[in-house]
Design a protein around this ligand. Structure first.
Ligand SMILES: [Mg+2]
Length: 174
């Protein structure tokens, strides 16, 4: 596909909306309003007892409190791994010695350009967190059996959490 035009329609601190047109050599065209986003890093932190760290916060789009893997937006030009280390420390206070890329995905590719990169994080050390003014976050460690049940019961509704956790369960068992 060849991009013919991309016009900004709206801009916020977190994302931009553009109206894009593209065409392929056969003349097939696509025209969409697109949420442009710098991408997110997602941290699947596992402690020495194989428990997973989740955070809970009120999510206005969902009109609900959600349990999620810690995550944050990439600053402009920032690499996913650097953002993951910064966001884990800011949001939860944890630093870690072992970082491994687990999964990359587009959570909603029909109209959102945001790509998510999930990192498996191990050998953690607790420290003070630096939450932003608009973040009010509680943290808790969950054993895998409990997370399996929460997903099956619909008690975890956040897509990056389900995808990252199930990838870890599938690929990193034992
Ligand atoms: Mg966050």
């Amino acid at each position: 596909m060849k991009l013919l035009s991309s016009k900004e329609r709206y801009r916020t601190k977190i994302f931009r909306v553009t109206h894009d047109k593209a065409v392929d050599p056969d003349g097939f065209t696509i025209e969409r309003d697109i949420v442009r986003h710098s991408g997110s890093a997602v941290m699947l932190a596992v402690d020495s007892r194989r428990r997973i760290l989740l955070v809970r916060q009120y999510r206005l789009p969902a009109r609900a409190n959600l349990w999620e893997l810690p995550a944050g937006r990439l600053d402009s030009g920032e690499k996913p791994l650097d953002a993951a280390k910064r966001e884990l420390r800011e949001e939860t206070g944890y630093t870690a010695r072992r970082w491994e890329k687990l999964l990359e995905f587009y959570p909603s590719p029909g109209y959102v350009g945001e790509k998510m990169t999930v990192f498996l994080v191990r050998e953690l050390t607790a420290g003070p967190s630096e939450q932003m003014d608009d973040e009010r976050i509680t943290m808790e460690w969950f054993p895998p059996g409990q997370l399996d049940r929460m997903i099956r019961r619909g008690e975890i509704l956040d897509g990056k959490t389900i995808a990252g956790y199930l990838a870890w369960r599938q690929w990193k068992r034992g």
